[in-house]
Design a protein around this ligand. Structure first.
Ligand SMILES: CC(C)(COP(=O)(O)OP(=O)(O)OC[C@H]1O[C@@H](n2cnc3c(N)ncnc32)[C@H](O)[C@@H]1OP(=O)(O)O)[C@@H](O)C(=O)NCCC(=O)NCCS
Length: 257
């Protein structure tokens, strides 16, 4: 398993690094936030796949690494026009994105990644979206409004999203149908184990890490080692959350009616 992080500031200008299919999808997005996030996740995925395969990262080469979506939204990779035989998962938050790629032969639905930041989550959010055991854990980390509460709520939320990406259902599922258990102590590389149990005896081992204000979770279909960070990306440990779209909510050229 391999991962790579990129910041919004690294996205190439123009569209020549996107494939025709990706450009057509981008053109359907009217709001800058959606467009920027789409581009950012594409860039993370393309860079991760290129690093994994040792491919050049010129715009022309990046355009041949396509990050496309199944009808339900799950991503897959097409390389030089042909589908590859490894799984991929994408996520972005606040101007940063992660591409996670599995080894050759990894089946679709073998991994999921999600990125969040440490931010306030309301008591109603925690009451509505978490199981009783998860709520007990969150409250044991501190009162509402404390850093401990915010970290626990966002971490558990992220772990749920990662597991629901492995299941390829995303937030169509009831978030209480999966339950997260966290191990607090990270290894030397910053990864700590976590575990998500799902319906029908499903079980997703995984890892989480905190880099500055960012919380990153990974869930797998089967037990795996922590992923390897590939070279060439941006350093999320020094990352500052960005919300650049706020100054220009509508994408340039988007119809205003
Ligand atoms: C999966 C989901 C929870 C992620 O939402 P999010 O946390 O806001 O966004 P993230 O940045 O973490 O992840 C987005 C990426 O998740 C992936 N994703 C989307 N749906 C997915 C699914 N069903 N299974 C696995 N991964 C999925 C995609 O790669 C997406 O990025 P892309 O569209 O640029 O390829 C959310 O998109 C979802 O619930 N999707 C399914 C339901 C839905 O609304 N589908 C509409 C599209 S058909």
């Amino acid at each position: 398993m391999h991962w790579l992080a990129v910041s919004e500031l690294s996205i190439p200008s123009g569209d020549s690094w996107l494939s025709e299919t990706e450009r057509a999808r981008q053109a359907t997005m009217r709001f800058t936030k959606r467009r920027t996030e789409y581009r950012l996740r594409r860039y993370a995925g393309k860079r991760a796949v290129s690093a994994l395969l040792g491919r050049p990262i010129t715009n022309a080469h990046l355009a041949t690494v396509e990050l496309l979506n199944r009808p339900g939204g799950a991503p897959y990779v097409r390389l030089d026009g042909r589908e590859v035989d490894f799984d991929v998962s994408l996520t972005d938050r606040a101007g940063w994105a992660i591409g996670l790629v599995g080894p050759a032969g990894s089946m679709a639905g073998s991994l999921g990644v999600d990125l969040e930041i440490v931010e306030d989550r309301s008591a109603g959010f925690v009451a509505d979206y978490f199981t009783p055991a998860e709520r007990t854990y969150i409250h044991s980390c501190g009162p509402h409004g404390s850093e401990g509460y915010a970290v626990a709520a966002n971490l558990l939320w992220s772990a749920k999203e990662s597991a629901l990406k492995v299941l390829r259902v995303g937030l169509r599922a009831d978030t209480r149908s999966v339950e997260v258990t966290i191990t607090p102590t990270p290894d030397d590389a910053g990864w700590a184990p976590m575990h998500v149990t799902g319906p029908h005896g499903l079980s997703f081992p995984g890892y989480w890490r905190r880099d500055g204000v960012f919380l990153l979770t990974l869930a797998f279909r089967t037990t795996a080692s922590p992923p390897t960070l590939m070279g060439g990306g941006d350093d999320i440990a020094r990352g500052i959350p960005m919300h650049s779209w706020l100054t220009q909510p509508l994408a340039p050229g988007a119809a205003t009616t």
